[in-house]
Design a protein around this ligand. Structure first.
Ligand code: SF4
Length: 483
């Protein structure tokens, strides 16, 4: 699964902000590892540096020292829409207005084609949906006096998911779509009574790493402008009022465990997912272990609630890049082998509960279970801290087609057999929401098919939707399929 993108912005008069932006992007590296970039302004000139690769590959001391200015935005990218090449790297820059503007986007638009036609972009000339937004904004000049009026004109016609950071040469802007699919938060540099600057970031850890204090989440549908007077919210004439739908998968997998979303620390919500999973789908076992890394907090919660000791059963190679290109099934299985290795002494002879955050194609779980059995595990009971993934995401998470989603065409029992597990159980959507415990609304379309916006669904709907399958199924393991 590829994650979303990470966006960051900072306005701090009198400070050089390129290094702060580097640190902020570094904290958001988990959201995208294909390319990284930043735009910096000294009040007159906007300079953009971006390239393919990790943040620390794209920027070094020499690059950063050439980026002068007190205003910046930054971006880390995964290509969920558009090509994975330099043309798709962000920030996107357009030389209009006084010195141009730059834009960084997290999320996916669902009406890109219609918007591209509106601005006369030919299909081959569009690198990303963010390009189309930049073009819409650019074409609204000179009728728009500045970027804020351009945004007020353009934002209402965008559909889908967008958390944006933008900058002119003088001001910083943050926007969340009315559903608030992707997170965006506001932070402050310096004390509350004498602020030294303001920060926008996809996730709260990007604030704390640069010494900024969390102020609040940017509200769904909010356009905030930051300049010497501090942050100001501007009215956007949205075409319709909607209920916020933050991506529930941010809690289960995407966000860092030390992030706060809807006021909840993600790590704690993952522990509660594991605890509720233990109540909902108990297993008799000697040890609970998580699949590193996002399965680990839920495994800890499962262990605490069940009384079964927690242990580490797999070691993850920390130096392996998440952007490893693995196009085929065998390559993906090999990639799992390179990434994870079992702790044989901890596993041998034990009945294991193995907790993971999700099953997409099932490649990771199948390889992991095979590995654990080869290391001598007596039984493997797989527990998943999100519901069956049956529908593709159109809002910024790169998911495979229906055909590749394992849960689309298989019951839980069939999946357990395919994966080689003694039993398999998923958390229910109700327990997932209870574990998060927040009042805000959620998008859970990849688990329920309930898309908040119109989307171009493939003709074939998941067959298993008609089945009211048990959330847990026990399979008697005679032989490990495929070993
Ligand atoms: S479809 Fe799933 S992954 Fe996509 S935004 Fe909704 S909950 Fe998140």
């Amino acid at each position: 699964m590829k994650e979303a993108c990470g966006v960051f912005g900072v306005y701090a008069p009198g400070k050089r902000v390129a290094n702060l932006t580097f640190d902020g992007l570094f904290a958001l590296q988990h959201r995208g590892q294909e390319s990284a970039g930043m735009a910096v302004s000294d009040g007159d000139t906007v300079t953009v540096v971006k390239d393919m690769g990790l943040v620390a590959t794209v920027f070094d001391e020499r690059t950063l020292s050439g980026l002068q200015g007190h205003l910046a935005i930054g971006h880390t990218r995964y290509s969920t829409h558009g090509s994975s090449d330099w043309a798709g790297a962000q920030p996107v820059y357009r030389p209009v207005g006084r010195a141009g503007f730059a834009l960084g986007h997290n999320g996916n638009l669902t009406n890109t084609r219609a918007l591209a036609e509106k601005v006369g972009m030919l299909p081959g000339s569009i690198a990303t949906d963010s390009d189309v937004v930049a073009e819409l904004l650019a074409q609204s000049f000179p009728e728009s006096e500045d970027l804020s009026t351009a945004l007020q004109l353009v934002l209402p016609i965008l559909e889908g998911a967008f958390s944006l950071v933008l900058m002119s040469s003088e001001r910083l802007f943050g926007v969340r779509d009315p559903y608030g699919f992707r997170p965006l938060c506001l932070g402050r540099l310096g004390p509350a009574d004498a602020p030294e600057g303001w920060v926008l970031a996809s996730e709260t850890p990007a604030l704390s790493v640069i010494g900024a204090t969390f102020v609040r989440e940017i509200a769904p549908g909010e356009l905030v402008v930051i300049d010497a007077d501090g942050p100001t919210s501007l009215e956007v004439p949205w075409l319709r009022e909607v209920t916020p739908r933050l991506c529930i998968f941010e809690f289960a997998y995407i966000a860092r465990p030390d992030s706060r979303l809807y006021g909840r620390e993600v790590h704690e919500t993952r522990c509660r997912m594991g605890a509720l999973l233990a109540e909902q789908a108990p297993a008799e076992a000697d040890m609970v272990m998580g699949v590193p890394e996002s399965g680990v907090p839920a495994a800890e919660g499962f262990a605490r609630a069940s009384g079964i000791p927690y242990g580490q059963g797999l070691v993850k190679n920390r130096y392996i890049g998440r952007s490893f290109i693995a196009p085929g099934q065998q390559e993906r299985a090999d990639a799992v082998r390179r990434k994870l290795n079992p702790l044989t002494d901890a596993i041998a002879g034990k009945r294991l509960v193995v907790v993971d955050d999700s099953i997409v194609r099932g490649t990771t779980q199948r390889s992991v279970i095979r590995m654990l059995r080869e290391a001598g595990a007596a039984e493997v009971h797989l527990r998943i801290s999100s519901p069956p993934w049956r529908w593709p995401c159109f809002y910024g998470i790169d998911t495979p087609s229906y055909e590749e989603l394992l849960a689309t065409d298989h019951t839980v029992e069939e999946m357990a057999e395919i994966l080689g597990a003694d039993s398999l159980a998923y958390i229910s959507i109700e327990n997932l929401k209870e574990a998060i415990g927040a009042d805000g609304g959620f998008c859970d379309a990849c688990f329920t098919g309930d898309y908040p916006t119109p989307v171009a669904l493939a003709a074939r709907a998941p067959v298993s939707l008609g089945r009211t399958e048990p959330v847990a199924a026990r399979v008697h393991q005679a032989a490990l399929p495929g070993v």
